[in-house]
Design a protein around this ligand. Structure first.
Ligand code: SF4
Length: 312
């Protein structure tokens, strides 16, 4: 395109601006490879949340979707969190508005509410506990109740129910991630037959028929750890295809096959290198969470860390 900068030049400008501004870039595992390349940290939402809290940078550029940038803003009130494209919104998070959660709280009085981190702050403020896919089972196991209301991913709710033996009431009952839903058990089965030596790594947002036969069911960070530690040389990866970039960079001698090559989150991919650059150059778009909501979300997170016995 005439006048457009080569990605490498944009990357160099981003690196220069990061230094000048004392900024860091946090990129989710599902981000475009070139965005992952300029990031200071690449990880899942839990890893990035912890990284965001550790850094003393003035600006945090969050290359991910809306609920992640909100979460970083809640935990870092002394920093400026920039979201390169406010249109990068997670449709699953949008499936659980605060009004629906309040309806469930009325319907199930006294039943603890555990929300997956993939939820907007307005709903998180109404939660008792907040979990990630990495610790959802452990959080629900430790909640002092045999029943919990859990949202917004119904597949993860079913996984947690199976693992804990508790009653897990999904809100909404059909909440889902369209990307993980697009991965079919038939596709995984065909790949298993084609690569009998491969390990299957599946995200619990997939349908149960996909994760039921997997060698590992877990978060993207647990997939990265497993790929590094396993003696297997080949892996079938049932999650968003962006993770394959990180897996290949960290394990150049191993082979990673996407369970479904079109498992692409178009919302994650809205964050381009150019938008990251503009975000730093013009300090746009700062994420603001109303203080009364932020303090309630922070309280639910504090309660969760306490439940897990972590001091943070
Ligand atoms: S991959 Fe799924 S859960 Fe993650 S941002 Fe995209 S739609 Fe939301």
């Amino acid at each position: 395109m005439p006048g457009a900068e080569a990605p490498r030049d944009v990357g160099e400008r981003i690196r220069r601006l990061k230094k000048e501004l004392n900024a860091v870039i946090l990129a989710h595992n599902y981000q475009l490879p070139e965005v992952q390349e300029v990031a200071d940290y690449v990880g899942d939402s839990l890893e990035l949340t912890l990284r965001a809290a550790e850094t003393d940078a003035k600006y945090l550029v969050f290359a991910g979707v809306d609920f992640m940038a909100e979460q970083a803003a809640v935990l870092n009130p002394d920093k400026v969190v920039l979201h390169p494209d406010p249109g990068a919104r997670c449709p699953m998070a949008a499936m659980l508005p605060r009004s629906l959660l309040l309806e469930y709280k009325r319907r199930y009085p006294g039943v603890p509410v555990v929300l997956y981190v993939n939820t907007l702050a307005e709903a998180k403020a109404e939660a008792d506990y907040i979990c990630t896919s990495a610790n959802a089972v452990e959080v629900v196991r430790r909640v002092p109740s045999d029943r919990v209301v859990f949202g917004p991913d119904a597949n993860l709710a079913r996984y947690v129910e199976l693992k804990t033996g508790k009653e897990v009431i999904a809100v909404p009952p059909t909440g889902h991630c369209y990307v993980h839903l697009s991965i079919s058990p038939e596709d995984v089965e065909k790949l298993r037959e084609a690569y009998p030596d491969a390990e299957v790594l599946a995200h619990p947002e997939c349908v149960p028929e996909v994760w039921a036969g997997a060698d590992l069911v877990g978060s993207t960070s647990s997939m990265v750890r497993r790929a590094g530690a396993s003696s297997a040389k080949r892996f079938i990866v049932a999650t968003e295809v962006g993770l394959l970039h990180r897996l290949r960079v960290e394990n150049p001698a191993k082979e990673f096959v996407p369970a479904y090559q079109n498992a692409v989150c178009v919302f994650m991919k809205r964050i381009t290198l150019e938008k990251v650059y503009e975000s730093l150059r013009d300090l746009k778009h700062p994420v603001r969470v109303p203080p009364e909501i932020a303090s309630r979300v922070a309280e639910a997170l504090r309660r969760t860390f306490e439940l897990l016995g972590a001091s943070r």
